[in-house]
Ligand binder design. Structure first.
Ligand code: NAD
Length: 489
């Protein structure tokens, strides 16, 4: 546990290390990222053990969702990163700006505050760590208090490659996170709940630093009449119950059109009842999370919903809840409105695609969404009408592991972006460098202001779109006159 009072000192140490790191070329940093990849993958067994102990996720998920994506992250940022970070030279008009040229560079922010949740305690921080380090930043990483061991192992891997101070792990709960927000970091990448996200946004506003917020979700899946029901049921099963539903992008609402709704919910319930606790699905992370799931299911039942499977705790030590499929959940119930973050999915029958779109978009959240249909063109049309940062046809939520695709949301799901070149906007700032090789003693627009300069302005406005053809001919000659007058005064 890191005392909150020590966090400013950590930022100072990190800043000193970052001063050296940013002096490395981007190719040198990319080479270090490849070493970091090896340092993390070599710790695969240790990481998987920690992941299973701290989060309860099944072993295949620990490997495939958390450890293995490290390889793609390193390849993407190591191979594409140098080009993405390279400077550009936007052309300047030689007539308007003679003798001048401009360069736009991406400059590291400095020290990034990285605050992450427990549900993907390895993959999520790495999504920011790789591009942050490539861009020349240092990072103070505050893992979740529910996954400190995972955070510590990532810290050891970073220390092996970059030394002790470029990536510093600050362990603890909300108090340490809040202290980090006040400790003078230059930008913040936050992933977590809406309630904490709002506190982080306030603190970032006070500190006037950029912040990326990746928050909760209540992701819809829309199943249309012509869907392949078996694929849709199996895809939604995985989308809803992977990580025991403790996934920001979990399917938490299914809207199925009348023709398929009954058969889909029956098949989904069958498949859910076949999931083996301990092999296919783990427990919830803590008692509070279990209470939320139980609360949503019980309230839905009280409001008339039918439990097709599950609907109760499992009699096992820990926080186990049976994979649950509900039907007949009335609009407005928490099970359809609030993030459940557990193994529970309601299937709602709707009349048609338009009703499904309206219901899906009726949420305050907007992280990911999926549409299931054999007509992929129609699926694409429907997908584009959904309020979500990531929309899919005939699949759900797997793209968090693809570094070239932006992961982002709208509304209460936040506005942060991880993965893809867009992630660099939080981690770097643009710097415009303008060089003037002109030898003239003054620019046309400098003092003194004269009638000739006013004339130049008036004629330019007409020439640049403020008049018809004849007006522009006149303005052209007027401009020549105004220039001549300007250079005499
Ligand atoms: P949380 O908000 O409770 O905690 C997240 C992190 O914030 C933790 O490290 C915590 O210690 C820290 N924290 C708490 N109070 C703080 C404060 N005042 N200032 C700074 N930091 C503070 O979230 P959680 O329960 O760990 O994670 C679950 C939530 O995360 C869910 O809502 C889930 O949807 C969301 N999530 C979103 C994404 C995404 O990509 N959008 C991904 C994963 C999880």
């Amino acid at each position: 546990m890191t005392p909150a009072s020590e966090v400013p000192e950590l930022v100072a140490r990190c800043r000193a290390a970052q001063g050296k790191h940013r002096g490395r070329t981007v190719e040198q940093r990319a080479a270090l990222l490849r070493k970091l990849k090896g340092a993390i993958l070599r710790r695969g067994d240790t990481l998987v053990k920690a992941l299973m102990a701290e989060t309860g996720k099944p072993e295949p998920e620990a490997w495939l969702h958390e450890v293995v994506p490290t390889a793609d992250l390193a390849s993407y940022w190591g191979d594409e990163g140098p080009l993405l970070l390279s400077a550009s030279e936007p052309p300047l008009s030689a007539i308007d700006y003679p003798g001048k040229y401009a360069i736009v560079e991406r400059v590291p922010r400095g020290v990034i505050g990285l605050i992450t949740p427990w549900n993907f305690p390895v993959a999520l921080p790495l999504r920011t760590l790789f591009p942050a380090l490539l861009a020349g930043n240092g990072v103070i990483f505050k893992p979740s208090e529910y996954a400190p061991r995972c955070g510590a192992i990532l810290g050891e891997a970073c220390a092996e490659v970059f030394g002790e101070d470029l990536v510093i792990v600050a362990q603890g709960g909300g108090a340490v996170g809040a202290a980090l927000m006040d400790a003078g970091v230059d930008a913040v990448a936050f992933t977590g709940s809406v309630a904490t996200g709002k506190k982080v946004a306030h603190a970032a506003a006070e500190a006037l630093v950029p912040v990326s917020l990746e928050l909760g979700g209540k992701d819809p899946a829309i199943v249309l009449d012509d869907a392949d029901v078996e694929r849709a049921a199996r895809g939604i099963l995985w989308g809803a119950f992977a990580n025991a539903g403790q996934n920001c992008a979990a399917v938490e609402r299914v809207y199925a059109t009348s023709k398929v709704a009954k058969v889909l919910q029956q098949r989904l319930a069958e498949l859910a009842s076949e999931l083996v606790p301990g092999r296919d699905i783990g427990p919830l992370v803590n008692a509070a999370q279990l209470a939320i799931v139980e609360g949503h299911v019980d309230a839905a039942k009280a409001a008339g919903a039918e439990v097709l499977t599950g609907g109760e705790r499992l009699d096992k030590p820990g926080f186990w809840y049976a994979p649950t499929v509900l039907s007949g959940v009335p609009a407005g119930a928490a099970a359809l409105e609030e993030e459940t973050f557990g193994p529970m999915v309601p299937v709602v029958e709707v009349e048609n695609a338009a009703a499904a779109i309206a219901a899906a978009n009726g949420s305050k959240y907007g992280l990911t969404a999926s549409v299931w249909t054999k007509d992929v063109r129609r699926g694409e049309e429907v997908a584009r009408q959904l309020k979500a940062g990531v929309v899919m046809v005939n699949n759900h939520g797997f793209t968090g592991a693809i570094p070239s695709l932006p992961w982002t949301g709208v509304g209460a799901s936040g506005f942060g972006v991880t993965n893809s070149p867009h992630a660099l906007d939080t981690l770097t700032r643009p710097r415009a460098v303008i060089i003037d090789r002109a030898r003239g003693k003054r620019e046309m627009w400098w003092h003194p202001y004269t009638d000739g300069l006013t004339g130049i302005g008036r004629h330019m406005a007409v020439l640049r779109g403020g008049g018809g053809f004849v007006d522009r001919i006149k303005a052209f000659f007027g401009l020549l006159g105004a220039f001549a007058k300007r250079w005499k005064t």
